[in-house]
Design a protein around this ligand. Sequence first.
Ligand code: 13P
Length: 256
Amino acid sequence: MKTYIVGNWKLNFTVGEASIYLHKLLKTLPNYRDIEVVVAPSTIALQPLSLQVDRHKIKLSAQNGFYRDYGAFTGEVSFSQLRGIVDYSIIGHSERRNILGEDDKMIAKKVAAAIRNRITPILCIGETESERAFGETADVIRDQLTGGLSEVSDDDIDKVIIAYEPVWAISSTKAAKMATPDEIAEVVKLIRKNLKDIYGAKVAEEVPVLFGGSVKPSNAGAYLTVPGVNGLLIGGASLILSEFTDIIETAKRVSS
Ligand code: 13P
């Protein structure tokens, strides 16, 4: 299986800055066939970057999209509009769940809309600090996974990527608030067990599961060698070109 290295730029970079970053990344990055390098810029930068990117080396991802293809939905951008511009879309990121109020029902519709428009959804799930403290992690993971995948048929599950992002480990600078490989392994096992219960054993093994939450060049190797982890979803460190390319190099080393 490929290793996925996905940079989520969140609300950072102007279109010009994004274009310069992409230019530099394209220049320094070899064409690694077994590493899928993906960047997720702001929606406004996607169209110009799609004309600039070399898709053999780097793929584009949206950070979100709307579940209806067209209509009276002021301010939204649909997956049908993103079709052909991006190969992936992050869906259900905890910042959208917790700040923008997205729930599993809406997320499920977005996952289905992405698939309908030939865009691979990267479905984000993960527990908050208090949910973990109250011992609710397994329930949250099951609910978000089954909720987010509720409109995905047996035929389409191979078009989905899952990202485990414990909310408490996002944007952390403290070692105590970073996930340990053991903690990640335990939840990834749970994710694959849930996938097995819904879609069967083969799917449970084959759906890519990524980890995200304060990934840095210093911990990328340890996270990439957690059993069942097929890649990384990176926020802050993906904004710094040297850190992002370091992580890609680490993925190359670990996977070969
Ligand atoms: P950080 O890598 O900045 O913790 O962000 C993680 C994340 O939310 C990626 O989607």
